[in-house]
Design a protein around this ligand. Structure first.
Ligand code: GDP
Ligand code: IMO
Ligand code: MG
Length: 436
């Protein structure tokens, strides 16, 4: 059975968690491959809402083994809090089904302090990070001075590594940023406890996943963040510090490209972004409130991790084409179609105007992106509530046209359309020939 990969097609929060949960029902293992607890993935099961930051969203189903891959940066304190909260809700988070790669890097309080200090120094030019220590942890990894989870099984070496790590970063914190130092002894004591708790979960994730795939089991890679937050392919420097695109799934799990089956791009029926950086289709005023919601519903556009109001705008097909190319999407899962019900017209961005010239690609340069104006095609809206639709034929004709338009423009089939956050609120459209 293949490795299927779920990828965010925009700036994150597309609904990857809900589609991971959906697919996990028929999957043997679900693995996170990038990012850390900067992610916030929401899974709604009946009246229950699960907000997962680090533990794969496959955990809610009883069957799937859940794996933290080597590409993740893992804060053990957050991981343990999340494990305990899930256990209280009756979810099995034992070492038999929840595994941590020995090669993934750990986040420490020094990383959190550095993230905060750097953002403060940037002032109005800040990236608007989630302040979870992600950037500094990946800096240590790439700088070859990080601490890997494998040391959880070696308490003395871990204590030594923590002391050296904190002492080094304290110099930067105090001398460069004028911030408070971190207490190395206290951190070493905390991490000794975390290590004892997490050591039984350690594994060689690459070997484990390879064995599963060769035994005919299915593995699902749960993407975090989104294509436009990718360190290489996103709106640098307003990105995260990892590779949340399809290539990152392979290096972040230690699985080769021959194993890949589907690459599913999860795309919201409009666009949202949290944090700073360019956003050519950004709306304000009434349209923004209409798309974002007021916060009254759990699915309104307010960050799962930080609670910040998300910036919103109409669907940007220039971005979707870019994402489909970079990730080789085999198919798209379109989310939040229900939010568009009741609009007379729905604009979709099909190109940008740059200095009077129409372009059909996403520029590399932020400066150029800042000067891009969206070129919209305007589609007819629909008035019907679609939250109860379960088949293609249930959907209003204008909604069908909207879906078809997106698939044709992206030259990628759409397999699912979600019409609400609930598990059942999905229309499987894979049998419909949308590309004509
Ligand atoms: P992720 O980070 O990609 O997993 O997405 P988030 O969980 O951060 O944000 C998506 C939000 O939209 C969550 O509150 C989901 O419950 C909600 N959601 C997902 N799909 C739908 C949908 O089709 N309709 C509505 N109304 N909400 C949805
Ligand atoms: P999920 O998995 C939306 C954004 C932050 C910030 C930038 C860098 O829920 O889709 P970082 O803390 O990673 O250094 O922040 O990336 N960001 C996300 N935005 N969804 C996410 O995850 C995000 N993870 C990071 O807001 O702009
Ligand atoms: Mg999210």
């Amino acid at each position: 059975m293949p490795l299927n990969i779920i990828i965010g097609a925009q700036w994150g929060d597309e609904g990857k968690g809900r589609f991971t949960d959906l697919m996990a029902a028929d999957t043997d293992a679900v693995a996170r491959f990038s990012g850390g607890d900067n992610a916030g993935h929401t899974v709604t099961v009946g009246d229950e809402i699960f907000k997962l930051h680090l533990i794969p969203s496959g955990i809610i189903h009883e069957k799937a083994t859940c794996v933290i891959g080597n590409g993740v940066v893992m804060n053990p304190a957050v991981f343990i809090r999340e494990m305990d909260a899930l256990a209280e809700r009756g979810v099995d988070v034992g070492p038999g089904r929840l595994k941590i790669s020995r090669a993934c890097h750990i986040i420490t309080p020094a990383h959190l302090a550095l993230d905060k200090a750097k953002e403060m120094q940037l002032g109005t030019g800040k990236i608007g990070t989630t302040l979870r220590g992600i950037g500094p942890a990946y800096m240590d990894k790439i700088g070859r001075s990080g601490i890997r989870a494998g040391l959880f099984a070696h308490p003395e070496e871990l204590a030594e590594a923590i002391h050296a790590h904190i002492e080094t970063h304290n110099k930067t914190l105090t001398k460069i940023y004028g911030a408070e130092p971190v207490d190395a002894t206290a951190v070493a004591a905390d991490y000794a406890r975390y290590a004892q708790r997490l050591a039984p979960h350690l594994t060689d994730a690459s070997v484990l996943l390879d064995k599963s795939l060769r035994a005919g089991l299915s593995v699902l890679a749960e993407g975090a963040q989104g294509t436009f937050l990718d360190i290489d392919h996103g709106t640098y420097p307003f990105v995260t510090s990892s590779s949340p695109t399809a290539g990152g799934a392979l290096t972040g799990l230690g699985v080769g490209p021959k194993m890949v089956g589907r690459v599913i791009g999860v795309c919201k029926a409009f666009t949202s972004r949290v944090g700073s950086g360019p956003f050519p289709c950004e709306s304000d005023g009434e349209t923004a409130v209409r798309l974002r919601g007021t916060g009254a519903n759990p699915w309104d556009e307010f960050g799962t991790t930080t609670g910040r109001a998300r910036r919103v705008g109409w669907l940007d097909l220039v971005m979707l084409r870019h994402a489909s190319r970079i990730n080789s999407f085999t198919d798209i899962a379109l989310t939040k179609l229900d939010i568009l019900s009741g609009l007379a017209e729905i604009p979709v961005c099909v190109a940008y105007k740059l200095d009077g010239e129409v372009i059909d690609y996403f520029p590399y340069s932020l400066e150029e992106l800042g000067r891009c104006e969206p070129v919209f095609d305007v589609l007819a809206g629909w008035q019907e509530d679609v939250t109860g639709c379960r088949t293609w034929d249930d959907l209003p004709q204008a909604a069908q046209k909207y879906i078809e338009y997106i698939a044709k423009d992206a030259q990628t089939p759409i397999s699912y359309v979600s019409v609400g956050p609930g598990r059942a609120q999905v229309v499987d459209v894979s049998a419909v020939n949308l590309l004509g």
